[in-house]
Design a protein. Structure first.
Lengths: 32, 215, 238
């Protein structure tokens, strides 16, 4: 397993999770 | 309409001169940064001249509608009887006459600085002549969209520069074709096609954008 | 006739709100399941490529992300145009909700592309037609987001963004063709872009599953974002 694959997948899913997290935060704020 | 804008521009001659000076200065900076090796300069000249033209055109776009917007003239134009598409086309034409045409005139001077061979001057002038009106038309869309917004200048460059890419490629490419000993006809035709397309479609988009911005 | 009535009924933000919640939930679950399946196929089922070795496995996120980046821009322009034509508030919200996700997938496509390029072409970045167009696409997305962010009035933001998105979508093919022409003129000799001649069926399956996962993810995320926008709008009013 080399760093090219690892770096691609890690960054991709990290970014997607970050987007989801930010969205959940925004959804909570608008609900309140 | 064109006449009126030109008159106004003549009254603010320093603005026109500034844009022109900017073009010359940007083009003069490259040799200072890269080095004055003649063969290197000759190979980057088309790109440098075109990038400088793009930036210089961008610089004067902010004023395209801003003054008329500030003094209420633009509102009267919207309410007046003349079709808005024609008005904005006239304004884009005026912008080109003020900001584009002088570049075509002064570009040979920069070509001289870059030691560009004499047989390239024709295609350089022709490509600028065909390409700079497209810059004015596309830029006017951006200018209309960002009218009256905070930070409009930076935003305008972010919106407009990516759309300038085809003009840059075709314009600089046609000069490089001639430099490589190939006929530039096809690229100049494509550039002309861009001009025709932009003339047909851009006024509609500019008018729509202005209506939205003026609500 | 009945169908059209129903469409416009759903075009009202208030009636769309619960529907968006349901869609978001199911698409979110589907995206998670398919992404797991895609990862499984990508890492355990698909065979090692004869020419590139293990590193080709980046394809399972790179290609779907690149598809999504382009497709989402077209969808964004479509909703924007619809919003401009019928002045429905919801269309503008949908267009705005797609933009950040589209920009994200564009970035992912560029990022994974450069990480794939390093071991196969020997460099992180080449001025290839596809890479360059993708970069310009990212600028178009960012321009759209920046324009909307700069406008305070939401209605003006919707409509100004719509004009920009339509201008962008007209320009994308022109940009692509000019860049690919430019690229053939400036083609560096060291880099060759030939792909592996035949693609194994499992590889293709992995790519499709991953693409579907990204699809569902995009739908889910944009639905949640639309719900936030609807809440914010009604909050301002009431």
């Amino acid at each position: 397993m080399n760093w090219y694959i690892w770096g691609s997948y890690a960054v991709t899913f990290a970014l997607l999770f970050l987007e989801v997290l930010l969205l959940i935060k925004r959804a909570r704020e608008t609900k309140a | 309409m064109v006449y009126r804008d030109l008159l106004l521009a003549l009254r603010r001659r320093s603005d026109v001169a500034t844009a022109l000076l900017f073009f010359v200065i940007v083009a003069s900076l490259f040799p200072l940064g890269i080095g004055a090796e003649p063969s290197l300069l000759r190979s980057i000249a088309p790109g440098v001249i075109w990038v400088a033209a793009l930036l210089s055109s961008l610089l004067s776009l902010g004023r395209l509608f801003a003054n008329d917007y500030a003094d209420g003239t633009l509102e009267q134009m919207l309410l007046g009887g003349a079709p808005l598409g024609v008005i904005v086309a006239a304004k884009a034409l005026a912008h080109w006459l003020i900001a584009g045409l002088p570049l075509v005139a002064i570009a040979p001077l920069i070509a001289l600085q870059y030691d560009l061979p004499a047989h390239l001057y024709g295609v350089l002038a022709l490509s600028l002549l065909l390409g700079t009106p497209v810059l004015s038309l596309i830029g006017a869309i951006g200018a209309a969209l960002t009218l009256g917004l905070r930070g409009a200048g930076v935003l305008l460059s972010l919106l407009v520069l990516p759309l300038y890419v085809p003009v840059l490629i075709l314009g600089a490419g046609s000069i490089e074709m001639v430099a490589a000993g190939l006929p530039p006809g096809g690229l100049l035709l494509l550039l002309a096609a861009l001009l025709v397309g932009a003339t047909a479609l851009a006024p509609w988009a500019i008018a729509a954008a202005l209506r939205i911005s003026m609500e | 006739m009945n169908a059209t009535v129903k469409w416009f009924w759903y075009a009202s933000p208030q009636t769309f709100f619960p529907l968006a919640g349901t869609i978001a939930r199911w698409c979110g679950i589907g995206a998670a399941v398919l992404a797991g399946l895609g990862l499984y196929i990508g890492f355990f089922v698909a065979p090692t490529d004869a020419q590139q070795g293990e590193v080709y496995r980046i394809i399972f996120i790179h290609v779907p992300a690149a598809w999504m980046s382009m497709f989402l821009y077209v969808m964004m322009a479509f909703w924007a145009a619809l919003g401009l034509a019928f002045s429905t508030r919801l269309s503008g919200m949908l267009a705005a909700a797609l933009a950040p996700t589209g920009a994200l997938f564009t970035f992912i496509a560029l990022w994974t592309g450069s990480l794939w390029g390093k071991p196969t072409w020997g460099t992180y970045w080449v001025w290839d037609a596809r890479l360059t167009s993708e970069l310009i696409l990212l600028f178009l997305y960012l321009g759209f987001i920046a324009l909307r962010a700069a406008i305070d009035d939401p209605r003006r933001a919707d409509r100004a963004g719509a004009v920009l998105a339509i201008v962008g979508v007209v320009n994308i093919p022109i940009i692509y063709y000019s860049v690919s022409w430019w690229n053939t003129l400036h083609q560096g000799a060291s880099v060759s872009f030939t792909k592996a001649p035949s693609m194994a069926a499992t590889m293709f399956a992995g790519m499709i599953v991953m693409a579907l996962a990204f699809w569902l993810y995009s739908i889910a995320v944009s639905m949640v974002r639309v719900r936030c926008a609807i809440r914010e709008m009604s909050g301002e009013r009431g």
